[in-house]
Design a protein around this ligand. Structure first.
Ligand code: AGP
Length: 606
């Protein structure tokens, strides 16, 4: 979704804004713009398309040292230069950039037009620029505060005014906003990577707060205009982690980081002797309940589905994964004895946040399972469990997904242990199995060339089916989602036993069918499903821990070998070759792997 950056300091602003916007490109966008005060004049550059193209149009000799920049992911009005941010007031003196949605913008717009304001775009954001103009009697901070008070919805915004040339005003409600201070000035951004390496200390603005940025630093205010003293914290992101480090794409780098990211995720939560799970972040959180929901979207929902399969082996209460945007609409049974786990890489996904709020309203206990620290979902939950995957830049989730699976596997064992539902030997056995994962994944990554050959053969397919059963079924869904997202090939994941109830009609000699088979999960039945595909001339690509089974070698067109592993590890292990397959197919097709069309990394609209 949209990205925000603002800077005021001693350095020329334009190069910093463009560098920051490029670091935010992974969030997904379709147009970009900056506003700077050049020799005191409000100066705007905007265009549809890439930040790099915009940068090429901006004169090199700009001297301004204050400005704001934005990448837009269209919601109100198509991606055009006119709809790109920043937006100006009638006099062209006040510039506004904004993430999120102003829900009452039509009412505001009508009122402002009646009062004589002239609108130039179809965006909701422009209403803010005119409203600030209306309310500005010389105190920009007060005008922004009064505007925010009238606006409905979730948003983060940054405002620059020609009449107030030394400061930027920012405000947040719902959408994230981070303030940073470095040796050469002061920053605001929607996402920490934008300012990593430039700011040494940061502050995550809380909902309802506003801030004033000057060359010297920032001051934070509550909605009533009272200054608040809030401590800053070190940035905590290594600038190296936001570089590709020799890989062609961030996605490939992140796939290869998985031995480490899984290792970190597990190490933090398992005590040295490996038979005790330690989750201090859940201290004080109610751990007795009569049902569990896992709410999430997209890839994170697939993690929830895997947990549903893994947890029902060891917990006696019902466990259900629910798509977050459906959770709010349904009459789910939620009581103070319900545990809700909100799974989210970003911790900012609005659908998931709304599900959290719904659960809290009904008195449920909510645990956030997140990768980004200090997110809205974490703040609104009763406790948090972290995936330690490090920052993920590729829009397609890879290492954060497998870290979610690892963290959820542990969380399930932790809850079972607390409820006396698992004995010590079994717990130790499952933990031992998880500890093998980093090495097993490294071994799978070493077979990447085999996947490259498969990708070369199938990159022109127009459809693809992924079949599996049990805890591998969500991995079939994830394999299909990954392929769709980055290669734009139509793909579907199905429980293998369900194929004969419909999707079998799609199978012909052109259809690659990826089947995930394990000796742990209904092996013979999945073999029977493979027979059904073969009988209709489908092309079988089998991922299996029984690669030498003669019955399989006689049927499959391609076999990729998986290690013979414990059941708890299967979902993570089978994910890795599917990530590589999607990646290499996309590379052969020449798509924009790290920033696939129409997608955003953090989805902050409902
Ligand atoms: C994953 O590849 C997708 N980009 C998407 O489905 C994502 O998982 C979903 O939007 C949820 O995001 P979250 O984990 O940040 O909540």
């Amino acid at each position: 979704m949209c990205g925000i950056i603002g800077y005021v300091g001693t350095e020329p602003v334009a190069p910093l804004l463009f560098a920051g916007l490029k670091r935010l490109e992974y969030r997904g966008y379709d147009s970009a713009g900056i506003a700077v005060l050049e020799e005191g004049w409000m100066t705007l550059f905007r265009r549809k398309g890439k930040v790099e193209e915009l940068e090429g149009e901006v004169p090199q000799q700009l001297t301004s040292r204050i400005g704001i920049g934005h990448t837009r992911w269209a919601t109100h009005g198509p991606p055009t230069e006119n709809n790109a941010h920043p937006h100006l007031d009638c006099q062209g003196k006040i510039a506004v950039i904004h993430n999120g949605i102003i829900e009452n913008f039509l009412d505001l717009k009508e009122r402002l037009i009646a009062a004589g304001h002239r609108f130039r775009s179809q965006t909701d954001t422009e209403a803010l620029a005119h409203l600030i103009e209306e309310k500005n009697d010389g105190d920009l901070l007060a005008a922004v505060a009064a505007t925010v008070a009238e606006a409905k919805g979730a948003f983060a915004l940054a405002v620059l005014s020609e009449d107030d040339p030394g400061r930027i005003i920012v405000a947040r409600r719902g959408s994230p906003l981070v303030l940073g201070k470095g040796a050469h000035g002061t920053f605001a951004c929607s996402d920490l990577p934008a300012i990593a390496g430039w700011a040494s200390h940061v502050l995550f603005l809380a909902d309802g707060e506003l801030a004033e940025l000057t060359e010297q630093g920032f001051r934070v205010f509550d909605h009533a205009g009272n200054e608040i003293d809030r401590p800053t914290q070190p940035v905590g992101i290594d600038p190296v982690s936001i570089q590709r480090g020799g890989y062609k794409h961030f996605m490939l780098k992140e796939i290869h980081e998985q031995p480490r990211s899984i290792g970190e995720t597990l190490r933090e939560k398992i005590e040295a002797e490996r038979s005790v799970i330690d989750l201090p972040s859940l201290e004080g959180v109610e751990q007795s309940f009569d049902r569990v929901y896992l709410v999430a979207c997209g890839t994170a929902y697939h993690s929830g589905l895997v947990a549903e399969y893994l947890w029902e082996r060891i917990l006696s209460v019902p466990v259900q994964a629910v798509i977050a945007s459906e959770f709010r609409l349904r009459e789910m049974r939620i009581t103070p004895r319900t545990l809700v786990i909100a799974v989210s890489q970003s911790g900012e996904t609005l659908d998931t946040l709304m599900a959290v709020r719904r659960a809290k309203e009904k008195g449920a206990t909510v645990i956030a399972l997140v990768n980004s620290l200090n997110s809205a979902i974490e703040r609104e939950s009763d406790g948090a469990v972290y995936t330690r995957a490090g920052i993920e830049i590729g829009v397609a989730a890879t290492k954060t997904f497998t870290s979610q699976l690892a963290a959820l596997a542990l969380l399930g064992l932790f809850l079972a242990e607390k409820g006396d539902e698992i004995d010590a030997p079994r717990l130790a056995e499952e933990l031992d199995a998880l500890a093998l994962l980093p090495g097993q994944i490294a071994q799978l990554l070493a077979s990447e060339e085999e996947i490259v050959l498969l990708a070369e053969r199938f990159h022109n397919a127009s459809d693809c089916l992924f079949l599996a059963r049990g805890s591998l079924y969500p991995i079939a869904l994830e394999g299909a989602l990954k392929l769709k997202e980055i290669s734009y090939i139509h793909a579907e994941g199905y429980p293998a036993g369900e194929m004969k109830h419909g999707p079998i009609a799609l199978i012909d000699a052109q259809m690659p069918v990826v089947v995930l088979l394990s000796h742990h999960i209904a092996y013979d039945k999945v073999m029977a499903n493979i027979q059904e595909v073969k009988a209709r001339n489908g092309i079988i690509i089998a991922l299996t821990d029984r690669p030498d089974d003669p019955a399989l070698t006689g049927l499959a067109d391609h076999i990729f070998a998986l290690p013979f592993a414990h059941q708890i590890s299967l979902p993570i292990l089978y994910t890795v070759p599917l990530q590589l397959l999607a990646y290499h197919i996309a590379v052969f097709r020449g798509t924009d792997v790290d920033q696939p069309r129409n997608l955003a990394k953090t989805v902050t609209v409902e």
